[in-house]
Design a protein around this ligand. Structure first.
Ligand SMILES: Nc1ncnc2c1ncn2[C@@H]1O[C@H](COP(=O)(O)OP(=O)(O)OP(=O)(O)O)[C@@H](O)[C@H]1O
Ligand SMILES: NC(=O)c1ccc[n+]([C@@H]2O[C@H](COP(=O)(O)O)[C@@H](O)[C@H]2O)c1
Length: 290
């Protein structure tokens, strides 16, 4: 598939409905181009940093671009992704929904990826293109003119860094994601943004870099580690999500060890090596880049 080819038609999982209750069908400013932001990830569990990514991106869009954000979606990955610490999709979806519905007035959670076999990110973006532009018909301006919506991937700089790692993303998928759709990259502590996009220079015009103004390196890995050690995670993630985790006894005994031999909170390094190993291991999941 190239950046020019049209997205395929989709067969949705049984009972699936695309969430559009907060999708702005009318463009407020008709001089702007409508934009939908899609964040793909594990969200195990969803943290305030995941939610902040959307706020930062929307601020950037308002102040520096000619886009108008008409929707924002979290798209939790399928259970088949089999990443360390990946809780069952139903729990991850419930936590994302609690976070979106109770702390935001514009974010939505799309269960499409989570309720089926693993889907590559290029396919997920095609799915959004199909739902937003083909099925919903895009948006209309206040004057009644119909406009197609631009779909963009919203990701942290650690995710874009993996796009230069061999065997994680196929060249066709990169061309499709970065050539056809484009991405907004949020700076993440420990993942240099400029270095991350060095090898993606041919798509540079479609890559928007957004710097963190307040450094914060909350990660789901650290949250899981805190819970296993009996430490509080309140105020690192939305209250209703903390309550849900406590009520259901989640993450208390995760099978995968993530602490360093010294027992310090050095989980990030372990997490990266686990991720890389499991990605490269895997024809059992399609997360290697076919
Ligand atoms: N602190 C952060 N700063 C910037 N981006 C982030 C941050 N935390 C997560 N992201 C981004 O959110 C998206 C979803 O990430 P994911 O669910 O894998 O979260 P994570 O916290 O990295 O999870 P884990 O710790 O389990 O690997 C990715 O694009 C990731 O880069
Ligand atoms: N080839 C691909 O489409 C590909 C490769 C690696 C990660 N991803 C996506 O990136 C997201 C986050 O992945 P990690 O949590 O492993 O960084 C997931 O939604 C995953 O599906 C997609």
């Amino acid at each position: 598939m190239t950046s020019q080819s049209p997205p395929p038609a989709f067969q949705n999982p049984p009972g699936y409905t695309f969430p559009s209750h907060r999708f702005n069908r009318v463009l407020r400013d008709s001089t702007k181009e409508p934009l939908v932001l899609v964040a793909c990830g594990s969200f195990s569990p969803v943290t305030y940093l995941h939610l902040r990514m959307f706020e930062m991106a929307r601020d950037h869009v308002r102040h520096n671009t000619n886009y108008e954000v008409v929707g924002g979606y979290l798209s939790p990955v399928s259970d088949q992704y089999k990443k360390a610490g990946l809780l069952a999709a139903q729990h991850r979806l419930t936590m994302c929904n609690l976070a979106a519905e109770q702390t935001s007035n514009w974010l939505m959670v799309d269960p499409w990826e989570a309720v089926q076999d693993y889907q590559r990110t290029a396919v997920v973006l095609d799915h959004f293109e199909h739902e937003v532009n083909t099925r919903l018909g895009g948006v209309t301006t206040v004057e009644g003119e119909q406009r197609p919506v631009r779909i963009m991937l919203l990701a942290g700089s650690d995710l874009i860094a993996t796009m230069s790692e061999p065997g994680v993303w196929s060249e066709n998928d990169l061309d499709h994601i970065l050539g056809r759709y484009g991405t907004m990259i949020i700076e993440r502590a420990g993942a240099d943004m400029t270095q991350a996009i060095d090898s993606l220079a041919r798509w540079r015009n479609n890559i928007v870099l957004i710097h963190q103004l307040i450094q914060n390196d909350v990660s789901s890995t650290k949250v899981r580690l805190f819970i296993r050690r009996g430490l509080s995670v309140r105020y690192l993630l939305p209250g209703p999500v903390v309550d849900y985790i406590e009520t259901n006894g989640l993450y208390v005994d995760e099978g995968t060890p993530t602490s360093t031999p010294s027992g310090t909170l050095g989980a990030e390094k372990d997490k990266k090596s686990v991720d890389k190993d499991s990605r490269e291991a895997g024809p059992s999941t399609s997360k290697s880049s076919s």
